[in-house]
Each structure stands twice: as C-alpha cells, then as structure tokens.
Design a binder for this molecule. Structure first.
Ligand code: IMP
Length: 437
C-alpha cells in the first residue's frame, strides 16, 4: 500500500482537514509530520465542530492510529487541553501516539517568540506567537527538550539545568524580561505529564511496523508550501518543512513509501502575517471573500489577507511537492461574483518571469500579477449541488482551468465544510483507490 501526503499549496489555511477527514475513512494511520500549535483547523463532524491545533484530525475516525511525529513541536499544555476537550465530547483518543523525539514548547519559547517579534519592529514576521520558531531554533542548536524527556525526571532535570541559565541570560539581559527556574518548569510540566505519558512512544518504530503490515498511511501536512523554511518566502515563513519532503524527514518513513501527494488549493488565495502577496485584493472584493469564507485564523483570530487564486504559485507548489492531484476548496465562497480572476504569471518591469521567485522575496516584492478573467457562477447552483456534475457550468470551467494551469488533475472539489459538500471528480480514483495507486 502506498502512503498519501496531503499538503497546503500556498500560505496555509487551505482547509486541509477536510480532505484529511475524507481520506482518513480509508486509512489505517494518520501522521502529522511538522509544525505545532501555530496550526489550526476546524472540522465539522456529525453536527459538532472540533478545533484542532496539534492532534491530527484523524483522531475523529474510530480505529485510525493518529501519530504526532518527530518533526512536530508540541506545547504540552495546549495538547492536554485538546485531549481533554475531545474526551469531553465523547471522542476516543486511545489511538493517539506522540513521538518521544518531538520537541517541547516551553513557556520561555513563547516569551522569546513575543520579544523577538517586538524587537523586529517593522520587519516583524507576524508569527502566531506560540513559541514555534524559538522551539525549532533550540532543536537545531541542540538545546531542546523532547517529549521523551518529560517522562524521564532525571534526564529532564539534567537538561533543564544546562538550558535554563542560557535562556535566562537572554530573557534578562537582552529583553529585560522575567526568568524561569528549573523547579518551576518541572512543576508546571508535572501538571500534564500524567495525561500525556501513556501516548508517548517511539513513533518511528510504530511507523515502520505499520509499513511492514501494509497499512494505509496518510500524512497530514500543517501550514503550507510557501511557508517552508527553506523553499518558502523566507523570512516570512514558519520554522518547519510543510512540503511533502517534510513528511519523510519528520517521521522516519522513506520517500519511496509515498505514492500520492495531494495539494489542497483554495479557489482563492489567503495569507496571514507579513510578506508579499501579489494577488492580494485590498478592496471590497477581498473583504467579501474574507467574510464569506470566514477567513479569520483558528489559532489567532487574525483576519486573513485575501486575493485571487495565484496559479503561478500553484505551479511552483506542484513542482516542489511532486503533486499528483489537487483538491480545490471553497468554490462556494467565490459564488456570486460576476467575474473571477486567476493569476497565471508575474511580470517585473517589462519582463515576464518564467518561474515563481519563492527564494527571493525582494524579487517577489517587485512583481505584478498577470490575471485571466473568467465568468462567475451563482450561489444557488453551488448550494444545491450534490455532485460535481451538478455544479454550475462556470464553476466547472474554473476548475478545469485551474487543473490546466497546475498541470495535474483535480481529484476533489468542495463547496462547504460538511463531508457531503466535497465531491470527487468524474474519472478520479476513489479515496480508497488513492492508497493503492
Ligand atoms: P510561526 O509559525 O508562528 O513562527 O509564524 C511564522 C509565519 O507563518 C507567520 O506569517 C504566520 O502567520 C505563518 N503561519 C504559521 N502557521 C500558520 C498556519 O497554520 N496558517 C497560516 N499561516 C501560518
């Protein structure tokens, strides 16, 4: 059986959870391979809304093993709250597994995230303030605490005794901020350790056992391609690798195990935080998309910047991730516009660019989008559709054009948050078949 990866194609918030939820019905295990509580998505299931920041949304599907893998950074208090909230709603979380190698976001990471952001002034990144960047920085500097450490009291104390003086020196002398004690951190962690301990294990070994057993594995990406630390629009990126390659680094599963990579695209594009966004609409059309699409962050509540679909960036995403198909969501949000636009390329001065300049934000800054205009579609036509075929002709023409520009087939489209509002395209393999292609 092949593994399937789901990634976001642009700057995040593509509603990957919806596709993950559908594919989960066919999967044996779902693995989140990167990011932390900076992610946030809402899944609507059996009339109830569930908000996720850390736990893979696969946990809602009975019998599916939900793994939080090595590549994640985990705030143990947020995770405990999330587990408790799911249990309170009657969800069985016994299939949850947390990597012993995932790094722990500690209170000083959140403080440093905030102080560093303030110190950047006008050059601020617009982070989610969840301590994600400082935690990944500690991981790379080899001064991180891992989830396995929090259930090993002697090791936890030994590590904190090395690390806390370093962190305190920065907090006190660089930022004139409050400091921490080893005992204080240990005490705070002790509140959640008991809840989390049963789930912490060697998830690489577990993933290998799943592969050996021929299990159907789904990788749930967080954030998205343009936020990738290396290949994204640096420095306005996150600190992990949301691209499909991150799925192997963050889990210990080799690239050869992956057979399908599905990109989740919104019918328009959004971005949160700072950084150039060529197709951004700063007029009432952008406001209209924001309101109709409820484009406010699940994690921070920040209004998202909205614009026309950037298919030039999408093409880049297809290359970087090796996308084998796409899911085009939120077609309902664009309904009611007389005309919609798609960005098919960028120009700089008189010259057309031949590829998306993801690695050079200065170059990106000076780019102008080239738009193509297509006729819009009506709201009733989208609301009443129960299958792809029933969608308004213009909505289907839009999907066809996006596929063409992306150069890969659309497998699914969605017109709302419910499971029944996601339609498979005719001739597309079923969710079950995607695991065996
Ligand atoms: P950080 O990941 O909190 O350090 O934030 C770095 C950048 O990534 C900021 O521009 C955030 O707005 C953005 N970002 C992080 N996570 C998400 C996400 O889940 N959706 C959209 N943007 C995100």
């Amino acid at each position: 059986m092949g593994a399937v990866v789901v990634v976001g194609t642009h700057w995040g918030d593509e509603a990957k959870g919806k596709l993950v939820d559908i594919l989960c019905q066919e999967a044996d295990a779902v693995i989140r391979y990167g990011g932390g509580p900076n992610a946030g998505h809402t899944v609507q299931f059996a009339g109830t809304q569930y908000k996720f920041h850390l736990i893979p949304s696969g946990v809602l599907t009975p019998g599916v093993i939900s793994i939080m893998a090595d590549g994640m950074v985990i705030d143990p208090w947020t995770l405990t709250e999330e587990i408790n909230a799911l249990v309170a709603k009657g969800i069985d979380v016994s299939g949850l597994r947390i990597s012993q190698n995932a790094h722990v976001i500690l209170p000083y990471h959140r403080d440093l995230d905030m102080h560093e952001e303030t110190a950047r002034g006008k050059a601020k990144i617009g982070t989610t303030g969840r301590g994600v960047g400082p935690c990944y920085a500690d991981k790379a500097s080899r001064v991180g605490i891992r989830m396995g450490d929090i259930i090993n009291p002697a090791r936890l104390r030994e590590r904190l005794e090395q690390i806390i003086p370093l962190k305190n020196a920065i907090l006190k002398h660089v930022f004139q901020a409050d400091t921490y004690t080893v005992d204080g951190i240990i005490k705070q962690l002790s509140i959640v350790t008991e809840t989390l301990a049963p789930y912490i294990c060697d998830t690489q070994a577990l993933a290998h056992d799943l592969m050996d057993a021929g299990s159907k594995i789904l990788f749930e990406g967080a954030q998205a391609t343009m936020l990738d630390l290396d290949g994204g629009t640096y420095p306005f990126v996150t600190s992990s690798h949301p691209i499909s390659g991150g799925a192997t680094i963050g889990t210990g599963i080799p690239p050869t195990a992956i057979s399908q990579v599905l990109g989740v695209v919104k019918a328009y594009t959004t971005r949160v935080g700072s950084g150039t966004f060529p197709t951004e609409l700063l007029d009432e059309r952008g406001d209209r998309i924001r309101e109709r699409g409820h484009e406010y962050g699940t994690t921070t509540g920040r209004p998202r910047r909205c614009g026309w679909l950037d298919a030039f960036a999408l093409k880049h995403s297809v290359r970087v991730n090796g996308l084998t198909g796409i899911h085009i969501g939120h077609l309902d949000v664009l309904a009611g516009f007389d005309e919609v636009q798609i960005c098919t390329g960028y120009t700089r001065g008189d010259a057309a660019l031949n590829r998306f300049p993801s690695g050079d934000v200065q170059l990106l800054d000076g780019c102008e989008p080239v738009f193509e205009t297509l006729p819009g579609w009506d709201e009733a036509g989208v609301e009443n559709a129960t299958s792809y075929d029933e969608l308004p002709t213009n909505a289907k023409a839009y999907v066809a054009r996006v596929q063409e520009l992306a150069g890969v087939p659309a497998r699914f489209v969605s017109v709302g948050p419910g499971r029944e509002q996601t339609f498979q395209l005719p001739d597309s393999p079923s969710a079950a078949d995607l695991f065996s292609i």
